[in-house]
Design a protein around this ligand. Structure first.
Ligand SMILES: C[S@@+](CC[C@H](N)C(=O)[O-])C[C@H]1O[C@@H](n2cnc3c(N)ncnc32)[C@H](O)[C@@H]1O
Length: 237
C-alpha cells in the first residue's frame, strides 16, 4: 500500500524523481494535459496584467498557455519546491526569451507570499498534492498574493462519476502510465503514485472552492472531459 503524505519533502522528493521523465505523462495524455492548461489560463482575467504567479509550476508546462494570454510586458513568477522540476523549468525559460520569468524555490503553503503582488494565480495539476486539511490554507495563500479583484484558476484531474469511466480512468493513471514509464524509460519513477493523489482528492476541487467562497471570493467550478478534470476559477474580493 502506498502512503499518501501531501505535505513537504515527501511530495518534493517524488517530483525530484519524476522530473527527468515528467514529459512522459504529458505525451501519454495525447495533448489533453496541454488543453486543460490552456482552458485554465483562459479562465484568468489578464487584461492589463503586470504579474502572474504560476503556483506549483513544475517544469513550467503551463507557460505557453499563460504567455498566449498575457500582455507583452507582464511577468511570470513561477513557484515550486521540487529542485528537479525547477531544473526542467530553468531549461524551458530559453524557449520564451521575450517573457520575464522568475523561478522561486518555495513551498506554496509555507511561503511568506508578497501581499497583493499578483493580478492572477494559476495552478495546474497541483491541488491534489495538498492535503484536505491544508486546502483552506492554500486558498488563503492565493487570496493574500492577489490584488483585490485579481483572478485565480486551478485545474486538476478528478475521478469521474458513472459505472465504467472511473475504472478506465484509474487503469489509465494507475497501470498504463506506470507501465509505459517502465517500458520507455526503464523505471517507474513514482508515476504509480499519481492515481493515489487523484483518488485522495475527495470531492475534486469542491472543498477548495468552498474554502475560497468562505473567504469571500467569487468562484466557478466546471467539470471537463466527462468529469475526469475540473477547473476552479474565480476572483479575489
Ligand atoms: C503534477 S506537477 C504539475 C506541474 C505543472 N504545473 C503542470 O501543469 O504539469 C505538480 C507540481 O507541484 C509541486 N508542488 C506540490 N506541492 C507543492 C507545494 N506545497 N509547494 C510548491 N510546489 C508544490 C510539485 O513539486 C510538482 O512540481
Amino acid at each position: 500500500m502506498i502512503t499518501i503524505r501531501r505535505r513537504g519533502s515527501d511530495v518534493f522528493e517524488l517530483f525530484d524523481r519524476m522530473a527527468p521523465h515528467y514529459w512522459l505523462s504529458d505525451a501519454l495524455s495525447l495533448g489533453l494535459a496541454g488543453r486543460l492548461r490552456s482552458r485554465a489560463a483562459a479562465a484568468l482575467s489578464l487584461d492589463g496584467a503586470g504579474a502572474v504567479c504560476d503556483l506549483m509550476t513544475g517544469g513550467g508546462e503551463a507557460w505557453d498557455a499563460l504567455d498566449a494570454r498575457l500582455p507583452p510586458g507582464a511577468r511570470i513568477v513561477a513557484v515550486d519546491a521540487s529542485r528537479g522540476m525547477l531544473i526542467n523549468a530553468r531549461r524551458r525559460m530559453s524557449r520564451l526569451p521575450g517573457r520575464s520569468i522568475a523561478l522561486l524555490d518555495r513551498d506554496a503553503l509555507e511561503w511568506d507570499v508578497p501581499e497583493g503582488a499578483f493580478d492572477g494565480v494559476l495552478c495546474c495539476l497541483g491541488a491534489k498534492l495538498v492535503d484536505s486539511g491544508d486546502q483552506e490554507r492554500l486558498a488563503r495563500q492565493v487570496l493574500r498574493m492577489l490584488r483585490p479583484g485579481g483572478s485565480f484558476s486551478f485545474v486538476e484531474l478528478t475521478i469521474p462519476g458513472g459505472r465504467f469511466l472511473p475504472g478506465i480512468f484509474r487503469a489509465f493513471l494507475g497501470r498504463i502510465v506506470p507501465a509505459a514509464a517502465r517500458v520507455l524509460t526503464g523505471g517507474e519513477h513514482g508515476f504509480v503514485r499519481l492515481i493515489g493523489y487523484v483518488d485522495a482528492l475527495r470531492g475534486g476541487l469542491s472543498p477548495l472552492a468552498s474554502a475560497f467562497e468562505g473567504a469571500g471570493a467569487e468562484v466557478r467550478l466546471e467539470s471537463l472531459m466527462g468529469g475526469c478534470a475540473q477547473i476552479l476559477s474565480g476572483k479575489a474580493p
